[in-house]
Design a protein around this ligand. Structure first.
Ligand code: PXP
Length: 247
């Protein structure tokens, strides 16, 4: 098994906290630099259409200030494509976006949107971005992701984490089995496999243990836990659990 597995730290909720008071504190770039110092392999930031957390100026600051790669999460809209093409981040992760949702609820429907996504992705790939599609653990979605030219799929772990939190261990195990099969299938298609959404110290180990999963992207739990432990120690503990799971 490959021991190396990257941890991308999502800093959106540092911006959520800043925006709650309307000022400049706490600064997402400062959090990103602390995450970098604590051993994060990348920073993930989602520029939403409504700019509810990360703002355009945050993306400028992250691009200018980070040494580790930026994973730019965005909806597949013309506005976001123009921003990505201007900045050319290391990675672009396409997610579905609904205004009323609290967080990204489901995966992209790549099957239904195949032609549009193929055209949307091509210029991003040409600009040198690694394009990732955030999808549910379903074979057809993975097949279509490979067909539209994505290099990476990020498997949505939200349902698994929600079932676990609800104490539905049978349901969580079934979802974990689907993620396990999907990770294998995606790797067979030649896709790099990432996973994320809702992961915590309690749920990370079985996902981190999947040999095909090259990267985890984790945000809300780490930012929450940093209130108690500090950001660096919260990240170090996550890293430790990931490494243990892969031994
Ligand atoms: N990956 C993707 C594609 C996401 O949309 C999100 C949430 O923004 C995450 C990972 C991180 O999820 P969480 O904040 O629940 O850890």
């Amino acid at each position: 098994m490959s021991i190396e597995q990257r941890l991308g730290v999502n800093i959106d909720h540092v911006a959520t906290l800043r925006n709650a008071r309307g000022g400049t504190y706490p600064d997402p770039l400062r959090a990103a630099l602390m995450a970098e110092a604590a051993g994060a392999d990348g920073i993930t930031a989602h520029l939403r259409e409504d700019r509810r957390h990360i703002r355009d100026a945050d993306i400028d600051a992250l691009i200018g200030g980070l040494r580790i790669p930026l994973n730019f999460e965005m909806a597949a809209t013309a506005e976001m494509q123009a921003i990505a093409l201007r900045h050319r981040p290391h990675a672009v992760c396409l997610v579905p976006e609904k205004r009323a949702e609290r967080t990204t609820e489901g995966g992209l429907d790549v099957v239904a949107d195949q032609d549009r996504l193929r055209d949307f992705i091509a210029p991003l790939v040409e600009a040198g971005c690694r394009v990732s599609l955030f999808v549910a653990a379903e074979e057809q979605q993975l097949q279509s992701s490979a067909e539209v030219g994505a290099a990476v799929v990020e498997l949505h772990t939200g349902a698994y984490c929600d079932l676990h939190a609800a104490g539905n261990h049978l349901g969580a195990d079934e979802e974990l089995a689907r993620i396990t099969r999907s990770a294998r299938f995606a790797a067979e298609l030649g896709l790099e496999v990432h996973a994320g959404h809702g992961l915590s110290y309690e749920t990370v180990s079985p996902i981190a243990a999947l040999p095909e999963v090259a990267e985890l992207n984790i945000g809300h739990f780490l930012i929450g836990e940093s209130v108690f432990l500090g950001l660096g120690p919260a990240i170090s503990e996550m890293r430790r659990l990931m490494q243990n799971a892969r031994r």
